[in-house]
Design a protein around this ligand. Structure first.
Ligand SMILES: [Cu+2]
Length: 126
């Protein structure tokens, strides 16, 4: 009988350990990354619409052979937020940005903006 309390508690301990590793958006993101957006060979951000919370960090991953950017303008992000620009990201490269100001961020890939490579991230207050 003495082993039974341990058998009942062991699954709870495993769940608690998993909970400390952060939210599992898609199982691909490393620690400290809350969401992942791919930059694709068909000149799109995927997903191109994303909802996160203030303070979340998004990792943009270039999974294509093209050079992409993650760029924004002050006129298309919330007042008080600082525009971000990744610079050129070669294939296989990544860029991370932490969104601290709530609101709607419209961003784009500089070389492929006219091809429709744009995205929207909506940041909620908490
Ligand atoms: Cu691009």
């Amino acid at each position: 009988m003495s082993a039974r309390p341990f058998l009942l508690l062991a699954p709870l301990a495993i769940l608690a350990a998993c909970a400390t590793s952060g939210p599992a958006v898609d199982g691909r993101q490393p620690a400290n990354v809350d969401a992942v957006v791919d930059m694709t060979p068909v000149l799109r951000f995927s997903p191109n619409q994303l909802k996160i919370k203030a303070g979340d960090t998004v990792e943009f991953r270039n999974i294509s052979a093209f050079t992409h950017t993650v760029s924004s303008r002050a006129s298309a992000i919330p007042a008080g937020a600082v525009p971000f620009n990744s610079g050129q990201i070669k294939g296989g490269g990544t860029y991370r940005h932490t969104f601290t100001v709530p609101g709607t961020y419209n961003y784009f890939c500089d070389p492929h903006h006219s091809a429709g490579m744009t995205g929207v991230i909506v940041v909620s207050a908490s």
